[in-house]
Design a binder for this molecule. Sequence first.
Ligand code: SF4
Length: 329
Amino acid sequence: MNLFQYVRPAEQKTAIAAVAAEPTARFLGGGTNLLDLMKRHIMQPEKLVDVTRLPLKGITQQGNIIRIGALTRNTEIAEDKTILQNLPLLAMAINAGASAQIRNMATTGGNLLQRTRCPYFYDTAMPCNKREPGTGCGALEGFNRMHAIFGFSDKCIAVNPSDMNVALRALDATVVVNGPKGERKIPIADFHRLPGDTPEKDTNLDKNELITAVTIPISPFSKNAYYLKVRDRNSYAFALVSVAAALNMDGNTIKEARLAMGGVAHKPWRLTDAETFLKSKTATEENFQQAAQIAFQGAKAFKHNQYKLKLGPNTIVQALSVASGLKSV
Ligand code: SF4
């Protein structure tokens, strides 16, 4: 690890100014991803601005909106009564991620900024356009078993590794940020980016902006929700594919559907065409299979991740079947 400065401001304004003053400075929250990246020389900030003493923790409800402070730990969210009652999909997704020890440390803001787990990104001996723009993509012709099937470019085929982000995408969350130019609110759909020609940029957050909270509207999707993650082992493994499914149902009829996937794209991937298809349909396996086929139109696999073209639709059908009550877990 390289030498770096460490500061721990008591005020948000001071923290933002400290990061803005140094081109390589970074905010430090739980450190569960950033410190790994620093140890491997993938990120080398000369200054860390520890924000963990800022008053950005806690979960509050204001009317129809739940606000989660950016420093709220993943475990706190997954165990919070308001979340379990109104947004169980979010709790399920968080509990599917990482390990208990990491969830105890990881913050909401840090989870949103989690970087890809592409092995070539972590191996500094290999080319990687995300780590070092213009060097090429080791995964394109390499071992791309974990990689994207939607929204990739010839510069990068990595996926976003977060489970929480998939649930936030299905639940239409908003990311609240503060920076030198003041506060702004970014819909989750616009927060993460597709790689295009600039895979080094994971999000549309400016470097000097601090995530302060996430807000999520309470919607009629809490009763019929399920997060299904398929992975190589049952704990501490990233998704091969995952599905966040939430249904607003009237008896056996789907009034509205929310579907998002993880492990398939550079950002949490919303399945809007499948959602449209499911509107006013009866909850049957046949309809779920048709929705899954619609969702996978346009999917394209690489040499080692062909299996996702079959696993993905099957996971959608299973997640919808459990969410609707057609099947039990
Ligand atoms: Fe780097 Fe993206 Fe290629 Fe992985 S897929 S090697 S992160 S450019």
